[in-house]
Write a protein that binds this ligand. Structure first.
Ligand code: NDP
Length: 455
């Protein structure tokens, strides 16, 4: 065999798996056809957060007046922001390559495909490998409506030449609400079109309501219970028609309507790697596909599509195969955040999920954060703990408010450790912070069980 491990895909999962495996002494090859670092580093989490931060400065400039500053917000230069972002992303991509080289992995710039269960082909050459990892990630999906190609997807959003003046975002998942916030904060008029009554399906109900209020407070025009039917162009103008006949006009329509596992043309069917009902690669708890010695990880398995899950899986498999330290990654209690302004973050179960298993005590608070008592900005913070009634374990923590992601990361440790409400209560707060509310929630808001939830 030419390699002990060949990794197809140089994103978060693949790079980590290749690097750690090579560090354990394995002979590793890794191929990437597009960007080293994958979606997260190049057209996802990292540049997205830089754009979110760009938007925040505008809000701070407005809020400063309440603190005695006389300042004008001035104008924003989209081209300058994108150029600065591109420089940073180029630097990061270089670091990913360097890390792989330094670890001793052989890197291939090209598309790799499977020839048989132990052979890959890349750049016209064939290589044999004892183990193969597929970590090819996912791609954004447009809805199947006429004219969908006239809209953009998240891959395109990072390379727009000019800042759009009027944007229609379709969807209300992570990407839709994040980009709605970015474009609004940078000066565009934004319409958010989504099928559900509330945004962020899958998140806790109270957080979804708070998010709806926050998006409205930001001046984003919301169109709940709305489904796009067709998209047309009139010169540079885009016209989106909804199924109820309403039309919306914009210079940019952005489909943030989910992502699909990147499995096409890899040769999976040739070697017998099976897909699941979502057309993603089927794996067991040890990331094994239906073919021995072929593994898959990260978004291509479409389980929990988050970078830290992908990197954890890559690391765990490398340790299992080559580090004498076999382990699986638990997909329970994975914290995540939505980088809106203000952000949302959560860990563990929603009230709806938890009460379907057993009755829960709910502790909920909504308040105006200290900064906005002076800034005058009508922005609220929502915090919520979901506590199993019988065991008093905190099974879910949810927040919408400034620094939510930073706060919930710490709370997640307690939830993963199985902390009880009493453990939270005996923790002394840091004053004055928003985070201290999580340890001072003394009054139960309600108790919910399945029957109450059904009402
Ligand atoms: P999501 O799956 O989160 O949301 C998809 C959205 O598109 C939903 O609102 C869905 O509506 C809507 N939708 C789907 N199909 C259609 C259709 N045909 N017409 C109209 N609306 C439609 O996907 P995203 O693209 O936002 O993000 C993909 C994944 O990437 C996320 O699930 C997450 O795992 C990851 N991600 C994580 C981020 C983070 O951690 N901050 C940031 C960005 C992405 P409905 O609810 O009605 O189905």
């Amino acid at each position: 065999m030419d390699f002990d491990l060949f990794v197809i895909g140089g994103g978060s999962a693949g790079v980590r798996c290749a690097r750690i495996s090579a560090g354990h002494g394995a002979r590793v090859g890794v191929a990437e056809e597009r960007h080293w670092g994958g979606t997260c580093v190049n057209i996802g989490c990292v540049p997205k957060k830089l754009l979110v931060q760009a938007g925040e400065y505008g809000g701070w400039a407005e809020d400063a007046a309440g603190f005695g500053w006389t300042m004008t917000k001035g104008s924003h230069d989209w081209g300058k922001l994108i150029a600065a972002k591109d420089r940073e992303i180029t630097r990061l991509e270089g670091i990913y390559r360097k890390l792989l080289n330094a670890a001793g992995a052989r890197i291939f710039d090209g598309r790799a495909t499977l020839v048989d269960a132990h052979t890959v082909e890349v750049n016209g050459e064939r290589y044999t490998a004892r183990n193969i990892v597929i970590a090819t990630g996912g791609n954004p999906e447009r809805p199947t409506i006429p004219g969908a190609e006239l809209g953009i997807i998240s891959d395109d959003a990072f390379y727009l030449k000019t800042m759009p003046r009027r944007v229609i975002m379709v969807g209300s998942g992570y990407i839709a609400v994040e980009f709605a916030g970015i474009f609004k904060a940078l000066g565009a008029e934004v319409d958010l079109v989504y099928r559900q009554p509330l945004p962020l399906r899958g998140f806790d109900h109270d957080i979804r309501e708070s998010m709806q209020e926050a998006l409205e407070a930001q001046g984003i025009v919301l169109h709940p219970n709305s489904t796009p039917a067709k998209l047309e162009a009139d010169g540079d103008m885009r016209i989106l028609t909804l199924t109820d006949g309403r039309t919306l006009h914009a210079d940019l329509v952005f489909f943030a309507t989910g992502r699909k596992a990147n499995v096409a043309g890899l040769g999976l069917d040739k070697v017998g790697v099976e897909l699941n009902a979502k057309d993603a690669i089927k794996v067991d708890d040890g990331l094994r596909t239906t073919v021995p010695h072929i593994y898959a990880m990260g978004d291509v398995t479409d389980r929990i599509n988050l970078t830290p899950v992908a990197t954890a899986e890559g690391h765990a498999l490398a340790d299992t195969l080559f580090g004498n330290s076999p382990r699986n990654v638990s997909l329970r209690n994975i914290p995540s955040a939505v980088f809106t302004t203000p952000p949302v973050a959560s860990v563990g179960l929603t009230e709806e999920q938890a009460c379907a298993m057993s009755p829960v005590d709910i502790y909920l608070t909504k308040f105006t954060p200290m900064r906005h008592t002076l800034s005058g900005r009508g922005r609220k913070t929502t915090m919520k703990l979901v506590v199993d009634k019988a065991t008093q374990k905190v099974v879910g923590a949810h927040m919408m408010g400034e620094d939510a992601a930073e706060i919930i990361q710490g709370i997640a440790i307690a939830v993963v450790m199985g902390a009880t409400k009493a453990d939270f209560d005996r923790t002394i707060g840091i004053h004055p912070t928003a985070a201290e509310e999580f340890v001072t929630l003394r009054t139960r808001t309600r108790t919910t069980d399945l029957a109450k939830a059904a009402e």
